[in-house]
Design a protein around this ligand. Sequence first.
Ligand SMILES: Nc1ncnc2c1ncn2[C@@H]1O[C@H](COP(=O)(O)O)[C@@H](O)[C@H]1O
Length: 178
Amino acid sequence: MNKIGIFCSASDNIDKMYFDAAGQIGKWMGTTGKTLVYGGANLGLMECIAKAVKANGGHVIGVVPAKLEENGKVSSLPDRIIHTRNLSDRKDRIVEESDILLALPGGVGTLDEIFHVMAAASIGYHHKKVIFYNEDGFYDTLLAALREIENKGFGRQPFSDYYEVTNTLVELKEILTI
Ligand SMILES: Nc1ncnc2c1ncn2[C@@H]1O[C@H](COP(=O)(O)O)[C@@H](O)[C@H]1O
């Protein structure tokens, strides 16, 4: 996997451990020559991971909707900026540009992106998976809810077709190396 789409928090008011992990993932991506595809904002974990990828020799693509450009929150780090009209076409563009999607801890923006990818996969728009980086059990509750939904028969296919879970950086690197 060379082009890794990453969804993650735009908040700066989160525990330092999340920044540490994002920095480690970005460093690994840079040193292994990966490309980061992400939201392109100069905020939170997004800026943190882009900085680490760039500092270690990786390539960075920011996919930025017009509204966010107007707000002046675009990072100066991306090697390439892809402009989109709105949040919806931005999500499609991130999926198109990426080999795989990775969800780090985040809020509603990140959740929206995760579910967009899985919903599109469920009706055959693509076959790319979301990898949850379940740092410190961050996604335990959401994953339990997904299991319950699936167990009650609401999945058309096994949800494992759409996502995988990694609990450690070592596991994550193994999946992204395939
Ligand atoms: N201000 C923003 N600029 C660019 N991208 C953003 C911004 N806010 C949210 N996003 C996208 O959504 C997630 C982060 O949202 P959270 O609610 O903090 O999880 C991120 O992946 C961006 O693509």
